[in-house]
Design a protein around this ligand. Structure first.
Ligand code: ADP
Ligand code: SF4
Length: 694
């Protein structure tokens, strides 16, 4: 198929200093949880993006000197020449399909606690380190000789970046993470010398750094600057107006302006809180201040929105991090006229959580993300089926849909049986809750893909039992029957069921999703700690309930700290007049009364209410699997070779886990593993150093 001419503008080349990008698809720097621990995994992930058509591809944040690092977060490092090979591998991978290879250099300064190197952090002004975890460490103020050192360290890093093969070098001064921003902002720069005070003074270091970069590598590398669109910290923050003044003042200084909203939380907001293209008002008009290209982000997944950003003169390049994770082939799909095949990011920030937790990033929509090298998974290519065996998938939730899709791609004949009247399982139900509509994309993408496959048949309203499964005669059966919310209060705080009288109406999120809502005063007990408790509270308020949310955690929706949503969740609950009781757990329930006790002091508090909603834990729906297992002796007569439990039916977890489980099942079906004790993925181990005897 041919490209729609409306999108031609997205494929026009554009110069960035001495180099030319082949199109307008610009993968802005993004973390992946792998970094220096998993360099080949990260390089292979970037190569897939190059193959998928991105014109510019960046690394994640690269710490340019050992005196400033952000342990426990795992990014990349360029501390000495020994780091060059892993970066060169990444640059080479980006180049394989003609993308420009970019490196983002950062000196975290007041954002770097140096928990690993134990160096004393340095910043424009002596202040406590500003991190997610409020580390009990302070930075000292840089003196003039430190600033000179900083310029020299940058010069070295520029040289090394060029040696590694990068075409673009980005100086990071956004999201509160880079020293350039710390000098620009009056929040972190209280200096009275020529580096503090006026905007001209606060931008002096930025200008000097770019001059060093131009001098050292400017003949072959484009120098880009990543700045915050609006720091949004009270009156002191580096505001959007100041940014515009700064760009007017230094209009032609970098080869490109890369602009991203204030904090990382602001910039990478989830779809629950921000729409696509939500930074437009902050970036609009900036192009008039400079002749250099401007790139901006906004979780762009729609080619129409992208083309409009360029046609209307807002942006020159479409910056994408998450959309490029969810679908590394987004540019090629637009180019090939396959827009309906784009796997759109749902804006859930599970990818961010990989970085925040020190795991490796997962993506809800793209289970191959960071598995390209580790497991050899390519997002668009699949090993052909191993046999003519037929496969039955029971359950059309995220796990069942993904298993069906991938088996279909492999050429298997697949039947998907779903008990309900629609596909999507929990995603279909949850996307009707407040703020979660974009999550329906998990279903929409897969439903469309399997609808195009002649070898896949889907049956709705088909609740199967063990006898039917045995009768059908499929060689392989995957049971992806999901889970349901518990009604007995068991989760983390209570490991045994709560005693609750019948006279107290008790609801679960499933009841609410089925349209069965309480009325009056409602207590929500959240011992799940992800999004559901707060979403349910919002849904109850929308139905006219007066809501009190009780949680044993010190935070509302504690795990949303990892998806950068926690502050927004808390804020939204306040806006909805939800009363919040932290550090308390429901301890007894009687008619019209819930008693909570403090998790530290055990002091009790009464909560008079008409109903209790328990957002505690989910139980697997594995009855069908157990029933089939009970008939194992009949399998061979029925022609069954394997029966597997997949997704939430095995153990409940976020949607990304179910998609991964379905994908893995389908990838591995029929693939013989010679050594069953071998690791199921590759990893890289540190090279051992010399170890002198005592
Ligand atoms: P997961 O996240 O693991 O995919 P979900 O709960 O989202 O799990 O989806 C499970 C799906 O399985 C639901 O749509 C449910 O209706 C369906 N299902 C459950 N039991 C059966 C059954 N016996 N036969 C067919 N479909 C079933
Ligand atoms: Fe988008 Fe969620 Fe995937 Fe991140 S994990 S890229 S937010 S779909």
């Amino acid at each position: 198929m041919n490209r729609d001419s409306r999108y031609d503008i997205l494929f026009q080349p554009l110069r960035i200093g001495p180099v030319v990008a082949k199109n307008r698809f610009y993968q802005v720097p993004h973390c992946n949880g792998g970094g220096y621990r998993d360099p080949s995994a990260a390089a292979a992930m970037r190569r897939v993006k190059a193959e998928g058509g991105w014109g510019v591809i960046f690394t994640e944040q690269v710490e340019l000197h050992h005196s400033s690092e952000i342990t426990p977060y795992i990014e990349l490092r360029l501390w000495d020449d020994d780091d060059i090979p892993m970066l060169a591998r990444m640059a080479d991978a980006m180049h394989e399909y003609d993308a420009l290879a970019g490196i983002e250099l950062a000196y975290p300064g007041v954002n770097g606690p140096n928990l690993y190197t134990r160096e004393v952090p340095m910043a424009p002004t002596a202040l406590p380190i500003r991190t997610f975890t409020n580390d009990p460490v302070a930075a000292r103020e840089m003196n003039k000789s430190d600033i000179k050192d900083l310029l020299d360290w940058h010069r070295l890093a520029f040289r090394r970046a060029k040696t590694a093969g990068f075409d673009l070098v980005c100086l990071y001064g956004a999201h509160g993470f880079g020293v350039i921003q710390h000098f620009l902002s009056r929040v972190t720069n209280h200096r009275t010398d020529e580096y503090g005070g006026s905007l001209e003074n606060r931008s002096r270091l930025m200008r000097q750094l770019i001059e060093v970069a131009k001098d050292e590598i400017g003949d072959t590398c484009g120098i880009t600057l990543r700045l915050s669109l609006d720091e949004a910290v009270a009156d002191l923050g580096f505001s959007n107006n100041e940014l515009r003044d700064l760009i007017a003042m230094h209009a032609e200084l970098p080869d490109l302006w890369d602009l991203a909203h204030g904090s990382w939380e602001d910039c990478s907001a989830t779809s629950r809180f921000k729409e696509e293209a939500n930074q437009q008002s902050l970036v609009q008009g900036i192009k008039l201040l400079t002749s250099k290209p401007v790139v901006g982000v906004g979780r762009f997944t729609s080619p129409d929105v992208m083309a409009k950003q360029i046609k209307s003169g807002v942006l020159d390049f479409i910056g994408c991090a998450r959309p490029s994770i969810a679908d590394p082939f987004l540019p090629n799909k637009i180019d090939q006229g396959r827009v309906e095949d784009i796997r759109e990011c749902i804006g859930c920030n599970i990818c961010v959580a990989g970085d925040m937790t020190g795991g490796i990033s997962h993506c809800t929509q793209n289970p191959t993300f960071m598995e390209e090298w580790r497991r050899g998974w390519h997002p668009e290519k699949f090993v052909t089926k191993a046999s003519d065996d037929r496969v039955l998938i029971v359950g059309g939730g995220p796990a069942g849909l993904e298993a069906t899709r991938v088996l279909g791609e492999r050429g298997y004949e697949v039947v998907l049986a779903e008990a309900g009247t629609e596909l999507g399982g929990r995603v279909a139900r949850e996307c009707r809750l407040p703020g979660l509509s974009a999550w329906g994309r998990v279903r929409d993408y897969r439903q469309y893909q399997i609808s195009q496959m002649a070898n896949v048949s889907t049956y709705l309203e088909s609740r199967l039992d063990a006898e039917q499964v045995l009768e059908f005669g499929f060689q392989h059966v995957a049971i992806a029957t999901g889970s349901h919310w518990r009604r007995d209060g068991v989760a983390r705080h209570h490991v045994l069921p709560l005693t609750m009288p019948d006279s107290m109406p008790v609801f679960t999120p499933d009841d609410l999703m089925d349209g069965d809502f309480p009325t009056g005063r409602v207590v929500v007990f959240d011992d799940d700690h992800f999004y559901m408790g707060s979403v349910v509270a919002e849904a109850l308020v929308a139905k006219g309930c007066e809501v009190e949310l009780i949680t044993p955690s010190a935070y509302v929706a504690e795990w949303t700290l990892n998806t950068l949503e926690q502050a927004l969740v808390h804020q939204r609950l306040i806006e909805n007049n939800v009363s919040i009781e932290l550090n308390r757990a429901v301890s007894s329930v009687s008619e019209g009364l819930v008693v909570s006790s403090c998790v530290y002091s055990n002091t009790n508090k009464e909560h008079h209410c008409d109903a209790l909603v328990l957002v505690t834990a989910r139980s697997s729906d594995d009855q069908l699997f157990n029933d089939i297992r009970g008939h194992e002796s009949d399998w061979s007569d029925a022609g069954i070779k394997s029966v597997e439990l997949v997704g939430d039916a095995k153990a409940p977890a976020p949607i990304a886990w179910a998609v991964f489980a379905g994908h893995r099942y389908a990838r591995e079906l029929g693939v013989t593993v010679s050594d069953k004790t071998a690791l199921p993925f590759k990893r890289e181990l540190a090279t051992l150093g010399a170890f002198p005897s005592p």
